[in-house]
Ligand binder design. Structure first.
Ligand code: DLL
Length: 441
């Protein structure tokens, strides 16, 4: 199939809006949100009243950072429907995430919210080069998780053909890819690795030109691996149930360098995770989103816990929307090993930079002694023999890059557990007893 160099945007009038016009639109919509929250008279209205805000007209966009924030704990406290800004009967769907510790976060959508979500996902698909001709192999899980149904509705909104295969049952996915020849693959990056391995084992040549991978942190080194393994351009998509699901921000195939935030609907800030004060563009901070157009569960300044930086540099694709960097990780996923703070994705960068290794790995926090240590379980690739010296090389690479001593173990192909359904588990704790990976000893 022939492709334009710069694929058409789904909503060019919004995605490439002149910055001044975007600013005015955001100001107008923020005022409207404040009025709706005040009218709903719930937790967020009380916090606004405490901050002295009586009407949307009182609030300037430039003062956003001074407005009260909301956090996951507030959603849990209000579970299941305590934060609704519309009557319960206007809710047409709920979604959520299982979250860490099995505590569900439940979110609600009105009919208009579902339409908005479909449009945001259609933007992401179009940014990856999808058109009405496209076949989208959607291997995000369907159900309460927003990945499957979000992308599904986006593909339909765009007018592409969606294959709602969901996660798991990999042999069936391989057959469908061989038979239907999709040009777009959507799934988690860890499942994309699994699929790539399975396609290679089955001798099925992948047909995809772009992959839209998200829902978990992944590095540019994994991007390079996926590009090669699947013969496509791997792109990042970010989102969270609380804000809408996938489609909050996504990369374009033109630059594949940072995710365009749909800031005509989701205002974005990056703040210091401890002080809550804004950090300058280019510096990592905690992402904070404000949903200015959502109806059922509008959130003012939602603290995501996700760490990334923002950039307002021009993009060759023509979108004027701000870009966020890849997410380093969640604030609470940061490992502290002997006083060194490290995100699993930073370790991934070093490990997967070594092309002799397979793109599968697991980090084990060995907590059997009072001073915990990090064991990186890597798999040898199948292409060429892997010299034992690689373990020493990687350990010194990790020491240089992160200042952390890591015990690197090279394991035979297939030793690290694969993720078939749901988000990848990249870190396992080992408090004692059997090791999380056989043979660690
Ligand atoms: O993971 C929504 C989604 C589905 C995004 C499919 C992209 C693709 P939740 O289950 O609520 O929603 O989890 C949200 O996942 O706060 C981040 O910590 C993490 N996350 C999502 N996308 C990315 C990404 C979906 N591209 C949480 N990179 C968020 C890193 C991501 N982390």
């Amino acid at each position: 199939m022939s492709r334009q160099a710069v694929p058409a945007m789904f909503e060019a009038e919004s995605e490439a809006m002149p910055p001044e016009q975007l600013h005015q639109l955001q100001q107008h919509r923020l005022g409207g949100l404040i009025d709706r929250l005040l009218a709903a008279d719930g937790l967020q209205a009380r916090r606004l009243a405490d901050a002295g805000v009586k009407a949307g007209a009182d609030v300037q966009l430039k003062d956003l950072a001074a407005l009260p924030a909301i956090a996951k704990q507030d959603l849990w406290d209000a579970y299941p429907f305590g934060l609704l800004a519309v009557p319960r009967e206007e809710v047409v769907a709920v979604h959520g995430s299982s979250g860490t510790g099995g505590r569900p976060t439940l979110v609600a959508y009105s009919r208009a919210d579902l339409r908005l979500w479909a449009r945001m996902c259609a933007r992401a698909l179009a940014a990856a080069g999808a058109t009405t001709d496209s076949i989208v192999h959607n291997a995000y899980g369907y159900g309460l998780f927003t990945g499957g149904l979000g992308i599904h509705q986006g593909a339909i909104e765009l007018g592409a053909t969606v294959v709602p295969v969901s996660g798991g049952m990999t042999p069936r996915q391989v057959t469908l890819i061989g038979d239907l020849r999709p040009d777009i693959l959507t799934c988690t990056p860890s499942y994309a690795v699994r699929l790539g391995e399975a396609l290679a084992e089955a001798g099925v040549r992948p047909t995809m030109t772009a992959g839209i991978f998200g829902a978990e942190p992944w590095s540019n080194e994994l991007r390079a691996r996926l590009n090669e393994l699947l013969g496509l351009q791997a792109l990042d998509i970010y989102g969270l149930s609380e804000i809408i699901g996938p489609g909050v921000a996504s990369e374009c195939i033109v630059a594949a360098d940072g995710l365009h935030v749909n800031e005509d609907h989701f205002l974005v800030e990056a703040v210091d995770p401890v002080s809550g004060r804004p950090v300058p563009d280019g510096e990592p901070g905690e992402l904070v989103f404000t949903t200015v157009t959502k109806e059922a569960l509008p959130l003012l300044r939602y603290r995501t816990g996700d760490i990334a930086s923002l950039s307002r540099a021009a993009c060759p694709c023509g979108r004027t929307l701000a870009r966020m960097s890849k997410v380093a990780g969640r604030r609470d996923d940061m490992l502290v090993i002997r006083g060194v703070n490290v995100y699993p994705s930073e370790v991934e960068r070093v490990l997967l930079g070594h092309t002799a290794l397979a793109p599968d790995y697991l980090l084990v926090v060995d907590e059997r002694a009072p001073q915990s240590r990090l064991i990186a379980c890597c798999e040898m690739g199948t292409a060429a023999p892997v010299p034992d010296s690689i373990a020493t090389e990687l350990a010194s690479g990790l020491k240089d890059a992160l200042g952390l001593s890591v015990d690197v173990r090279l394991l035979p192909p297939g030793s690290v557990p694969r993720t078939e359904v749901g988000k990848a588990v990249r870190v396992r704790r080992w408090p004692g007893g059997e090791p999380p990976v056989p043979g660690l000893g």
